[in-house]
Design a protein around this ligand. Structure first.
Ligand SMILES: [Zn+2]
Length: 203
């Protein structure tokens, strides 16, 4: 595995660009007898796992916003086991296991399943990710492979309405379990959290 610092950093697949930032015309509607967060011009595909998802463009042009995460590309990585850096499959063709860098030491070693919002990193991109990702430089990253992963929650902002009926944010970036429908109705999901299991350290 190489850990050399590349002279020309690639723009990671999950990193957003300023031009991909879209307006969010949020509103509440009644659905199945309860208020539900929506867009005034919502499309059915903007819900997934019971939550409305943050709208964003997909052009990948313009000023890159380091340290932020592109909602739809992060979700795609998590659902398909794609690499956060190059966007290709992070499954090792030799073992069928998915390469993953977890940002800090695991509390229970490698024994327990582990929830994370960080997408996989393919074997070829591990060195570059360790050298360049800001969140990995802050922690003591653990390189491992996972035998399985499954969606368990979303990272979301919660919304309500004030006395004048305006839509206001009430909680910022909290995890909401996929079974918590009363919270999912008020959630604007920004990242998918999966539980990685059958973890093995990479020597
Ligand atoms: Zn990669």
């Amino acid at each position: 595995m190489t850990t050399s610092t590349p002279t020309q950093l690639r723009k990671p697949y999950v990193t957003p660009y300023a031009e991909e930032n879209l307006g969010l015309p949020l509103a509440f509607e009644w659905a199945d007898g309860a208020p539900r967060l929506t867009y005034r011009d919502a499309l059915p595909q903007e819900w997934m796992f019971g939550a409305l998802w943050a709208r964003c463009g997909t052009a990948r042009t313009g000023k890159i916003l380091w340290n932020l995460v592109h909602t739809l590309r992060q979700r795609r990585c998590m659902m398909r086991g794609l690499c956060r850096v190059c966007g290709e499959s992070a499954t090792d063709p030799d073992t069928g296991r998915v390469w993953w860098i977890l940002p800090s030491a695991l509390a229970d070693g490698f024994r327990s399943p582990w929830p994370t919002a960080h997408p996989p990193t393919c074997k070829a991109c591990v060195g570059e990710a360790l050298a360049s990702c800001p969140y990995l430089r802050r922690e003591v990253p653990v390189v491992c492979t996972a035998g399985d992963y499954t969606p368990v929650a979303v990272l979301a902002n919660l919304y309500g309405q004030d006395d004048d009926g305006r839509v206001v944010e009430t909680r910022h970036q909290i995890p909401v379990g996929l079974g918590e429908s009363h919270l999912l109705n008020r959630a604007l999901a920004t990242q998918l959290i999966v539980q990685v299991s059958d973890l093995q350290p990479v020597a």
